[in-house]
Design a protein around this ligand. Structure first.
Ligand code: C2E
Ligand code: CA
Ligand code: CA
Length: 632
């Protein structure tokens, strides 16, 4: 350690320099003394001695002062050099008078670079903070007040470091500014930690989208803008069947899908649209400044469109759909929580309407959400009591009017009130009750088929089931358990199901066919109607959706579709069933087009097994009354 004892050394300096002064003066005058010895007078000794003493004291004072300054400097450096803060003193002209060695640790640059280049510090400031730095330097120059600043620099490696920068002006005794002194502390770790904490408070760690808290704050801020502000929409997006996806593929897979979805949302997000994750598979989106409800609907549709492109996860292409509920501020509420709740309710309505769709909030929707929960509770109860039954709707061969099969349709009589499957099947799918429902109904159908050896039973599979790995074993297990023959079963799947799990579907359909089942594509024309499904998947039957049959005489396009599908099926060897035949005219047309089978209220309505039994017992297997022109 350096020795610092300049105060104690002063007497020696004085003694040394006084003696030196006396000696010099005596040396100078000593020679003259030789000549004046004979005439010696005491003043010859006293005057030079006094003179020497004075010169010595003067010299000693100058030297002592210089020594003191030097040692003070050393003391300052010893302290400043030791400090962990990077300290500097910069003169007014930008040159550095002192730069502490800590600069190297913090900036990666040696102190010498600062000495060589005036205002070197300016070059290190992060480009995004240069404006802030400039205004700070400017303020320092005008008001001279000390200022603390948190600022980023780029070190010699190009890495970002955060500095807590304190600086103040230095003035001389006359009050004239001579430069600035500054200390800089590396606070990178602390700043990053704080940023992370703030991010955790405001962002969802999985998807990095704003979280619930931040979204509520945003909506609050938008709503606070008051009456002058434009209306805005709150969209509640919920993915369809996400729970099932998690159950079958695992949660990590579900997480990966959510991350991919978030990335797509971020890509899509235009202008001021803000997307947040509310938890699970729920996203809340704010569309600010909408002109009307139509704008909100358009944004919602665009978001659903974003979901249409498949997601690539672990080398698998995956389709998802979502339902969106919309609440408008200020019409539906101006309270954030309430707006979100209303959008959520509207989303439930969208789901009830058949998924992959949007719904607006209105007060009666609250009723619908409650109804969804109510149906779920009652359905659970009905399954416990095995209260669901099947009705069977005959399928008629159009060439001769023979009843060749029946479609099994779920029926639920809830205390005297018939609830439509269109209402309870989506609830069963969403709540996970669909497997139990299928098991009970397929068991009924299989048992029934033992009594109808000449009828083929069509059974509807739900989207949930196609994703079950054990689908074939499961279904075949139920059918064979009662000793029913697979040849008497046709399994119907909808296009929507295929979109989501085409590869799974292909494998399942092939296995079903191997076991002897027939497979049918249901509701053809309502989804994507991709011809590649027909090419790639081994369907025996296409069921053309009833809407085309109903529309074919009023709408030229519907008519064209029916004709085109009829030709396609005829030429590719697939059977075609026209669904929803309600009039003689429709029946005549589909027959003329060579459609294989027909199904509809005109031919026969869904009926209980007993009623059909009765019909079969009476031998009314041919509905020739309605087919007068056909040769039997
Ligand atoms: P879907 O598979 O398209 O079944 C045909 C629907 O059309 C049935 O409605 C049937 O009653 C109705 N229908 C038949 N002929 C006519 C007609 O001439 N005009 C009109 N307007 N409708 C006709 P339902 O029974 O209400 O079933 C609705 C949907 O619920 C079914 O549509 C099917 O997707 C689903 N579903 C029914 N039962 C089951 C089931 O056991 N399991 C599953 N997963 N879904 C089922
Ligand atoms: Ca069907
Ligand atoms: Ca159908």
């Amino acid at each position: 350690m350096r020795q610092l004892k300049f105060v104690r050394r002063h007497p020696w300096i004085y003694l040394r320099y006084t003696l030196l002064g006396v000696l010099i003066v005596w040396l100078f005058f000593g020679l003259q003394l030789i000549f004046v010895l004979k005439d010696f007078q005491p003043r010859f000794v006293v005057v030079p001695s006094l003179l020497g003493f004075c010169i010595g004291v003067l010299l000693a004072t100058v030297v002592a002062l210089r020594e003191e300054v030097k040692q003070r400097n050393q003391l300052f450096r010893a302290v400043a050099d030791f400090a962990q803060e990077f300290t500097y003193f910069r003169r007014k002209d930008g040159s550095y008078e002192y730069v502490s060695p800590a600069c190297e640790q913090l900036t990666g640059h040696e102190a010498v670079l600062f000495y060589l280049q005036p205002n070197f510090m300016d070059q290190l400031i992060h480009p995004d903070d240069r404006e802030l730095w400039k205004s700070h330097v400017h303020r320092m120059n005008t008001d001279g007040q000390p200022e603390v600043l948190q600022i980023r620099i780029l070190n010699s490696q190009g890495e970002v470091r955060w500095l807590s920068h304190l600086c103040s002006e230095v003035r001389d005794e006359r009050g004239k500014s001579i430069g600035v002194r500054s200390t800089n502390l590396d606070v990178t770790g602390q700043v990053l930690y704080e940023q992370q904490l703030r991010r955790l408070a405001d962002y969802d760690p999985l998807t990095d989208l704003p979280n619930r808290r931040m979204m509520i704050q945003t909506i609050e801020a938008l709503a606070r803008e008051g009456e002058d502000s434009q209306p805005f929409a709150v969209l509640f997006l919920d993915l369809d069947h996400f729970k099932h996806l998690n159950d079958t593929h695992g949660h990590t897979f579900g997480d990966e899908l959510l991350v991919a979805l978030a990335a797509r949302m971020r890509e899509y997000r235009t202008g001021e649209i803000m997307v947040s994750r509310f938890g699970g598979d729920e996203f809340v989106i704010v569309v600010p400044s909408i002109g009307s409800a139509v704008d909100a609907a358009q944004s919602a549709r665009e978001i659903l469109k974003q979901l249409e492109r498949p997601f690539a996860i672990r080398d698998q292409r995956f389709f998802i759909t979502g339902s969106i509920g919309i609440a408008l501020c200020p019409y539906d509420s101006n309270q954030p929580e309430e707006l979100i709740r209303n959008a959520d309710v509207a989303m439930y309505r969208a789901k009830l309407d058949g998924r992959a769709t949007i719904g607006f909030y209105s007060r009666d929707l609250v009723q619908n959400a409650a109804e969804f929960l109510d149906i779920e509770t009652r359905l659970r109860d009905a399954l416990d009591k095995e209260a669901l039954v099947l009705h069977y709707q005959p399928r008629i061969r159009l060439s001769d009017g023979a009843m060749v099969g029946v479609e099994a349709l779920a029926r639920w009589n809830n205390g005297g009130e018939w609830i439509s499957p269109a209402r309870f099947i989506p609830v069963a799918e969403e709540s996970g009750l669909i497997d139990r429902l299928t098991e009970q109904l397929l068991h009924q159908a299989a048992t029934q088929s033992l009594r109808w050896p000449n009828l083929r039973i069509s059974f509807n599979l739900s989207g949930r089931q196609i994703k079950r790995r054990d689908l074939c074993d499961w279904i075949h297990g139920i059918v064979s358990q009662v000793g029913a023959s697979p040849e008497l079963f046709e399994l119907e799947v909808t296009e929507g199901i295929l979109m989501n799990a085409r590869q799974d579907a292909a494998a399942h359909l092939a296995s079903f066919k191997q076991l002897g089942y027939r497979v049918a594509m249901d509701d053809f024309g309502t989804g994507f109607s991709s011809l590649s499904y027909l090419r790639d998947l081994p369907f025996d039957v296409i069921k053309l959706d009833g809407s085309f049959v109903r529309g074919m005489h009023d709408n030229a396009k519907d008519g064209a579709v029916v004709r085109a599908v009829a030709t396609l099926c005829r030429e590719s060897g697939m059977d075609l069933v026209a669904e929803g035949i309600e009039t003689e005219q429709q029946l005549a047309t589909v027959r003329a087009l060579g459609v294989t089978e027909g199904q509809g209220y005109l031919l026969a309505k869904p009926a209980t097994a007993d009623s059909l039994d009765e019909l079969l017992r009476q031998g009314k297997l041919r509905l020739s009354a309605t087919l007068p022109d056909m040769p039997v």
